[in-house]
Design a protein around this ligand. Structure first.
Ligand code: ADP
Ligand code: F6P
Length: 314
C-alpha cells in the first residue's frame, strides 16, 4: 500500500510523534510511506515526498512537516487538484493530523476517491470524537507554568490576574487550567459571561480580604484587557490581563501526548489495513475508537464534568 501523512491547521505538540507512528506502522506492514509538506497548501502544490524513518523527532514540539491554513481548500476544483497529486504517485490513503477544519478538508478529499483517516491534533481539545486531542495535555502544562508564575507576582502586589488562554470555540483549556491552578473564576463560552457577575465576585473577594485572585478566560469571549480595567475600577482589586497567546502551542510534548499520538497514528494505519474507509480515530474511555468522518464532525461537543467541579472549587 501507499500511505501519505500530513499535518494541518494550528500546530500542536505531539504532531511529530503522530507522524512518526504513521510512518513506522506503515513500514511495519511493508507499505510505502509518504509525507505531505505544509498541510493542504503543500498537498495542492504537490509537495509530497517519500518518508524516511522520521527519527529524532518524537520529543520536538511544532510540526516538522510544517502546516498551513488554506481557505480555498473548500473549493471542489482545489480538492480535485490535491486528490490528483496523490493519485499520480499511486497514493490513495492519506492520514490527516489536525483539528476540525482539517477534518472538513479530509471529508472533502474523500469525495474525490482518497481514503482519509483523521487524527485529532490540536491544543483546543475541541474534537468530540476523542476524549483528548494530541497537544492539549502539553498546552495545559504550559499554561499552568505561566499561571504559577503569575500567581507569584499577583500575590506580591495583592492583585487580580486575568489570564486569557487559547481554545477558539472550546473552553477546555480554561476549565482544566482553572482547576489545576486554583483559579477563583473561569470564563468560557460554555460557562457564559456575565460581566456584572464577574465584577461583583471580585468585589466580594476583595471585601472578604482575599489577597490575590486568578481568573482564566477563553480567547474571544470578551476584550480581556478592557475587562481587567473594569475589574480594577469596580472592585478595588488592581487587575492586570495577560494574554498567553502562541506560547501555548510550543514546547516538547508531554508523555501523555506522545503516547496518545503514537497510539492514534498507529491505529489509523491499522484501520487502513482492515479496509476501513474515511474514519476519524480517537480515544474514548481509554479505548481506541473510530467513527465515520462526517459522523465525528456532527458529534455534540463533550461538556466535561469539570465544568460542574469548577463551580464548587472556585
Ligand atoms: P484546524 O484543523 O486546527 O481546525 P483550520 O480550521 O484552520 O485548523 O483548518 C485547517 C485547514 O483545513 C484550513 O486552512 C483549510 O485548508 C481546511 N478546511 C477548513 N475548513 C474546511 C472546509 N469546510 N472544507 C474544506 N477544507 C477546510
Ligand atoms: O486551533 C488552535 C489555535 O491555537 C486556537 O486555539 C487559536 O484560536 C488559533 O489556533 C490561532 O491560530 P493562528 O495560529 O492562526 O493565530
Amino acid at each position: 500500500m501507499k500511505i501519505a501523512v500530513m499535518t494541518s491547521g494550528g500546530d500542536a505538540p505531539g504532531m511529530n510523534a503522530a507522524v512518526r507512528a504513521v510512518i513506522r506502522t506503515a513500514h511495519y506492514y511493508c507499505d510505502e510511506a509518504f509525507v505531505v509538506k505544509e498541510g493542504y497548501r503543500g498537498l495542492v502544490e504537490g509537495k509530497i515526498e517519500r518518508a524516511g524513518r522520521f527519527s529524532d523527532c518524537i520529543n520536538h514540539g511544532g510540526t516538522l512537516l510544517k502546516t498551513s491554513r488554506l481557505p480555498e481548500f473548500q473549493r471542489d476544483d482545489i480538492q480535485q487538484i490535491a486528490a490528483n497529486n496523490l493519485r499520480e504517485l499511486g497514493i490513495d490513503n492519506l492520514v490527516v493530523i489536525g483539528g476540525d477544519g482539517s477534518y472538513r478538508g479530509a471529508k472533502g478529499l474523500c469525495r474525490w476517491g482518497i481514503n482519509c483517516m483523521c487524527v485529532p491534533g490540536t491544543i483546543d481539545n475541541d474534537i468530540a470524537s476523542s476524549d483528548y486531542t494530541i497537544g492539549f495535555d502539553t498546552a495545559l502544562d504550559t499554561i499552568l507554568q505561566a499561571v504559577d508564575r503569575l500567581r507569584d507576582t499577583s500575590s506580591s502586589h495583592q492583585r487580580c490576574t486575568l489570564v486569557e488562554v487559547m481554545g477558539r470555540r472550546c473552553g477546555d483549556l480554561a476549565i482544566y487550567a482553572g482547576i489545576c491552578s486554583g483559579a477563583e473564576l473561569v470564563i468560557t463560552n460554555e460557562t457564559g459571561f456575565d460581566k456584572q457577575f464577574v465584577l461583583d465576585e471580585m468585589k466580594k473577594a476583595r471585601l472578604r480580604g482575599k489577597q490575590h485572585a486568578i481568573i482564566i478566560i477563553t480567547e474571544g469571549v470578551t476584550d480581556s484587557t478592557q475587562l481587567a480595567k473594569d475589574i480594577s475600577e469596580y472592585s478595588g482589586f488592581g487587575c492586570r490581563a495577560t494574554i498567553l497567546g502562541h506560547v501555548q502551542r510550543g514546547g516538547a510534548p508531554t508523555g501523555n501526548d506522545r503516547i496518545l499520538a503514537s497510539q492514534l497514528g498507529s491505529y489509523a494505519v491499522d484501520l487502513i489495513h482492515e479496509g476501513r474507509k474515511n474514519r476519524a480515530v480517537g480515544k474514548v474511555d481509554n479505548k481506541l475508537v473510530n467513527y465515520d468522518i462526517s459522523d465525528a464532525l456532527e458529534m455534540e461537543p463533550k461538556m466535561s464534568e469539570l465544568y460542574e467541579l469548577i463551580k464548587k472549587l472556585g
